[in-house]
Every structure is written in C-alpha cells, then in structure tokens.
Design a protein around this ligand. Structure first.
Ligand code: G6P
Length: 607
C-alpha cells in the first residue's frame, strides 16, 4: 500500500524515480508525487495514475541527481494534490514520503498546531514532516529518529532536506523498505521491483531501523541508537517478466502463465518412488511438523480462499485438524494454541499487514509458524520459522490469479508431505502426484476456450448481480470466482456454499439474477444438481462449469463450460481458470481498468 522510491547518485533522478513508481504502482494509484533536489527544489504532485505525474514532470523537472517519489493509496484524506506525497515542512526545506498509518497523528497534530506549525493536507503523514522540522538542529538522521520515537503506528519513510544534498534518510516499522546499493548510486524502495534494473545488491531494512543513504554508500542504526552491521545480499530478479508482451493486460498474461506457474510450483518437488513431496524449505522444521496435531491457516483476500482450499486438502490427505481464519480476525482472537499447533501464513506479497500481525501473534504464543509466500525476501518470508516459496513469478495485475494457482498447488504438496508420514497410502499419494502432473496441460486446454468464455461474458456482463455456488473443494472456488468478478468488473457477486442456497440466497433468484454453478462430476455432483434444479425452477439463469463428457446438465443450465476430468482434490486448479477469464472479459467489456481496479492495491500494508 503506497509505493516509495528514492535515488541518490550521478544520473538525473527523474527518469529513475518515475520508472520506479510505475513498477510500484500496483501498491496504490490514486495520486503520486516527486521531489528532486535542485536549486530551487522541485516538487510535483498529481491526482490519478503515475502517467499523470509523468506528463507533468517530463518537460518541467530539472536534471537533479537525487530525489524521492511516492504513489499513494489514500487512507487519511481524499486523493487530492494537497494530500499527495511528498509532504513538506513550514520552511519548505524538508520533503517526506510515507507508507503506513500514524495512529496518534491527531494528538501530535494538535501539539504541532499549538507550536505554530501550518498544515497543508488532511493526511496523517504530514505530522511526520513537521515533527522532524521541530526537532531539526542540523543533523537530519537525528531529527528523523527523534520524530519517529514519538510516533505510534506503522511507517516506511524516505526524507530529504535541502541543506543535505545527496543524502536520503529512510526508516521502517511495519511497512517494507529495501535498499539498493550500486557503485555510485544508492536507492531505496518499498520493494525490489523498483531497484532491480539498477543494482543487484540489496539490503532489507528491519523494523525500527533507520538508514542514511549517500551515493554508493549506506549506514544503518536502530531507532534506539544501536549501530547495525549488515552487508548487501545478492538479488535474483527477472526484470523481463515485468513486460506485458503481446497481451493487452497483465491480468490476461498472468492467467495464461498459469500452466508454467504450476510447473514451477511442482518443479523438483515430487518424489514418485515414495509418492511424497519434497519441500526443502520445510526440512529444518521436519521433526516438529511431523508431530503437529493442528493446523491453522491465516491469510487475506484471494490467499484466504487458497487457505479454505487448504482446509479441505489437509483434511483429506492428513489427520490434522484444520482451521482457516482471516488474518484480520485471527490477530485479535483470544488464542489458545494447543501443543502441536502449526500456523501457516499464506501471502503472495509477503507484506500484508494483517497476515504479518497474525503470524507474529502466533509466534509469540509458541506456535510453529510457516509461510507460503511468493515474493522472495519479503517480511513474512523472513519472519516465519520456515516455509515454501510459490515461485509464481512476478504478479503485476492487482487481482491475484497465477499466485492463487501456485498456492493451491503447494498446499496440496504440503498435505501430501505430511499425509504420507501418517496414514495416506502410497496409492492415494501417487494418484495425487499423477493428477498434479497433468494439470499444466489441462489448463492449456481450458485456455483454448478463452473465446467461448469471452462470448459468455458478452451475454452476462450486464447482470447487476451474480451468485457463485460450489460444494466441498469447489466452495472456495465459488468464493474466489465471486471475488474476481466484483473486484475486476465491479459486478455485485456473492460466493456461497451451494447447500446454503435455501437458507437465504434463493430469495434473490429471478430471471435477472444469474448463477454460476461449479457442478463437476465429483462426490458432490448429485447434490449440486439438486441446487441447480431449485434455481431453474425459479427461472434463474445458470452458467455451469462441468466435467468434459457430462451429458446431464444440458437441459438445466443455460450455458456450459467444460473442464477436463481429474482427481476431486486437484479439480480446483482447473475450475478456477474459466472463472478468472470470465471476470477478466466482463471487466474489459465494461471498460474497467482490469490491472488496476478502483480503490484496490496489490500489497495491503495497512491494517
Ligand atoms: C489484496 C490484493 C489481493 C490479495 C490480498 C492478499 O487485497 O488485491 O489480490 O489476495 O491483498 O494479499 P497477499 O499478498 O497477502 O496474498
């Protein structure tokens, strides 16, 4: 949430900063701004996407060689130019960008107003720049440190002062900051995507640390003044994969990358001879894992639905008791973590504030805490005891697609690993492995139906409401399908366990309220057909996803999408794909910005 990029070196900063903002735009995109150190100092801010700022900056910005920039996802105050970052002090000497929330900003603001400071925005952030101004006596890091000690809440910040050319001070608590150190330049950003083109030497700042950047140099201390000795680490990052290629949108590109995402999730992780999974990232905790009795999966958004899938697959393949919990709820529960409890945090970004807080809470209470994360080196990946990377590659589209596929693939592998050390037989394990291996090719078959699904989107995209129903393994997929349609196409959609239809949602059914039914020929088939009958009897239109070769749904459903036959536990890896395409095409047909849907951000680093 909110993207920060900072540069000090010997090249004009504006190109580097604007390019960095574009790479961070997935974090928020309602307004943006840039400061370039120069005489006079240059500040520009614009409402809307980064392209707006770029238009404004291109001809007017000077060639100064240091600066900071920000792309915003509004929390306090509307997306206006005045509320966009960087914020400045009363003397217009200090410039600051911030990601996070200052919880005690009202108290601090009152105090600062009484001391004569003039505020120009409605943001919580602005108190920071005035606090720094109030404590500044010629030493910028000391003033930043003093200010941050008065602050409650979360921050990732970058600060510059006109009297300190080429110096940038950054600090973090709860919001990510990574440094990039080159030979004659230094950078800082909310994530490595904004640094990777410039250097492969990075340093991850930890909570309550403050760093000073000079061109090609950095130093770190803690907020309570202990010096930190940390070297750079080598970054492996595929800059090329940020390219959209011939696809009109990242979302479509990422949907089409799913066969490879599954291949990468499986690569080197299957042991046929023993019908088991090999997950190197879990080896260090293998003993504890094998003794585990209870599993709690915590996550948010699409990752939460992956967690719901996880519950079914762990219950099927292992003898663990499994709970799935929204991280935002879990973190505030009175937890009674019984002995042998494992908490698994699932997160694409590895930075989601609620998920991070949930895992810290579980860790404090003595649970073994594992991560299933896509972004290498992210905070959740670093704070868990052990974990597995999903290796989905960079996901740019704000709505998660290929990460979800990777997550549910790896959850199946984790369940297989634990299950085979308990009562799961070789045959059952091997059946799962064979089914998983067929998935990439089967997804390719489904993707060939993209045009058919686009035609269905033409037919249904003007519906104001949509219901998605599924049972057992297909229930989380119904929830995920509904989420995709609401976030991408802004169509009100609800996901329901099909068995709940008669307890409420059926009251909504009429010819204008279509239902998408996940009706695969699995153990729940007869029951979901009964639900479809009930909808049909009330003149509701039905779009059904079913198994290739199905001959019985033709009379009941208005439209059908077929997917290949597979193991019940593996079927979600296939059935979610047409739902993603359906949401994508509805969004495009309705003129939505599918890669950056309104009000959303990809990495939610505030509570
Ligand atoms: C945001 C994104 C979703 C994502 C959720 C959880 O809401 O828009 O696509 O599922 O955050 O993110 P995480 O990075 O923890 O998986």
């Amino acid at each position: 949430m909110c993207g920060i990029v900072a540069y000090t070196g010997n090249q004009p900063a504006k190109e580097i900063l604007i390019e960095g903002l574009k790479r961070l735009e997935y974090r928020g995109y309602d307004s943006s701004g840039i400061f370039i150190q120069n005489s006079p100092p240059y500040l520009a801010r614009a409402v809307g996407k980064v392209a707006e700022l770029e238009r404004r900056v291109w001809n007017s910005a000077p060639d100064g060689v240091a600066g900071i920039a920000h792309t915003r996802w509004a929390t306090h105050g509307k997306p206006t130019e005045a509320n966009a970052h960087p914020h400045t002090d009363c003397g217009d000497k200090l410039f600051l960008v911030h990601n996070g929330i200052i919880e005690n900003y009202l108290v601090l603001k009152k105090r600062l107003l009484e001391a004569g400071h003039r505020f120009k925005s409605e943001t919580d952030t602005e108190v920071l720049v005035h606090l720094i101004e109030a404590g500044y006596q010629g030493d910028l890091p000391a003033a930043v440190q003093k200010a941050l000690l008065q602050v409650q809440g979360t921050f990732g910040i970058a600060v510059m002062h006109c009297d300190h050319p080429g110096s940038i001070v950054v600090a973090r608590r709860g919001s990510p900051i990574v440094l990039g150190i080159g030979e004659s330049a230094s950078l800082a950003a909310s994530d490595v995507s904004a640094l990777a083109q410039h250097t492969d030497q990075v340093v991850y700042l930890e909570d309550n640390e403050i760093a000073c950047l000079e061109p090609g140099n950095f130093s770190i201390t803690t907020l309570d003044n202990r010096s930190v000795n940390r070297g750079t680490t080598n970054l492996e990052y595929d800059v090329e994969s940020m390219d959209r290629g011939s696809f009109p949108h990242y979302m479509l590109k990422e949907i089409f990358e799913q066969p490879e995402a599954v291949e990468n999730a499986l690569r080197g992780r299957l042991n046929h001879a023993e019908a088991v999974a090999k997950l190197g990232g879990l080896e260090s905790v293998q003993e504890r894992l094998l003794q585990a009795r209870h599993l709690i999966i915590v996550s948010c958004g699409t990752s939460f639905y992956a967690g719901l899938f996880g519950r079914y697959v762990f219950e099927t393949l292992t003898d663990l008791t499994v709970e799935t919990e929204l991280a935002s709820e879990f973190r505030y529960r009175k937890l009674n973590l019984r002995q042998g409890t494992v908490v698994l945090a699932i997160s694409q970004s590895g930075e989601t504030a609620d998920t991070l807080a949930a895992l810290r809470e579980a860790k404090r209470k003595g649970a073994l805490v594992l991560g299933l994360v896509n972004v290498v080196g992210s905070t959740i990946a670093r704070e868990t005891h052990a974990g597995v990377y999903s290796h989905a590659g960079i996901e740019v589209g704000v709505a998660s697609t290929k990460s979800f596929l990777s997550q549910i693939t790896i959850l199946t592998l984790m369940a297989l690993l634990i299950g085979r050390s308990r009562d799961l037989s070789y045959e059952e394990g091997h059946e799962i492995i064979l089914a998983l291996e067929r998935v990439p090719e089967q997804i390719r078959e489904i993707l060939k139906q993209a045009e058919h699904i686009r035609q269905l989107a033409v037919k249904y995209c003007h519906a104001e409401h949509f219901l998605f129903i599924g049972r057992k393994y297909q229930y989380p997929i119904a929830l995920e399908g509904a989420l995709k349609l609401k976030e991408i196409a802004y169509i009100h959609s609800e996901g329901y366990a099909a068995g709940e239809m008669k307890h409420g949602p059926i009251a909504l059914i009429d010819p204008k309220f279509p239902t998408l039914a996940l009706a695969l020929e699995d153990g729940s088939y007869e029951r979901i057909v009964s639900n479809i009958q009930e909808i049909h009897a009330r003149e509701g239109h039905i779009l059904a996803i079913t198994t290739e070769g199905n001959t019985t749904l033709g009379d009941l459903a208005d439209d059908l999408i077929y997917i290949p036959r597979t193991h019940e536990a593996v079927a979600p890896l296939l059935s979610v794909v047409p739902l993603q395409l359906f949401a994508y095409y509805c969004g495009v047909l309705l003129g939505r910005d599918v890669d950056k849907p309104r009000n959303l951000a990809k990495s939610v680093t505030v509570e």
